[in-house]
Design a protein around this ligand. Sequence first.
Ligand code: GLN
Length: 242
Amino acid sequence: MKRSVVVLMAVCMMLGLCACSGKSNKLVMATNAAFPPYESVEGSQIVGIDPEIAKLIADDIGRELVIEDMAFDSIIAAVQTGKADIAMAGMTVTEDRKQNINFSDPYTEAAQVIVVKSDSDVESPDDLEGKTIGVQIGTTGDIYAEDIEGATIERYSKYFEAINALVQGKIDAVIVDREPGKVFVSENAELKMIDEEFTVEEYAIGVAKENTELLDQINASLKKLKESGKIDEIINKYITAE
Ligand code: GLN
């Protein structure tokens, strides 16, 4: 009896160890899959520029990519607490975020733009003064909206919800990243995008402060993928140049 318990314990420990080493081989990516063309849900899969780049990096460093979909404003905490290894969510590099996580070298340029109804009198960022502006909570759009004089900010958990509120006339404008903005405008005939860009930004991959080895691996991978033209290839597949 006693012996079988010992054997059982040994088996459990072995299984435990296996499960553990299996886990460490996974590269868990925290994202918010409501941000096309960078990440969105298609059937049972999460597709887009970020998952494709992440897959190439995971392959390159010999790890298995696992994607965890969550609210955008939970992503940094997920990386800090080790729930996820990387943050990849069309995430803009900001000084504030750098206090909490490290960023890889940037993999693409981005911008914030304004989306309004086609008949709106808003023609430039200056015209947003005193307006009601929709943003996704915790984004750079949210941060910029705070600097607009007299503006009322409506914060949504997903950009889709902000866009719906705009279509319904509940808010005057949405500040959103350029490429997702283009997708939303293409899906809603009554919306348009203001040409003038609000800010220019860069997207990068977030990694926990203490995980410098992974950061180095990611940067080395990104360098190779940029030089071989793979990153451009993926981006061009999703974003057609005007
Ligand atoms: N680029 C913006 C940011 O980093 C928005 C990203 C997103 O909504 N997925 O705040």
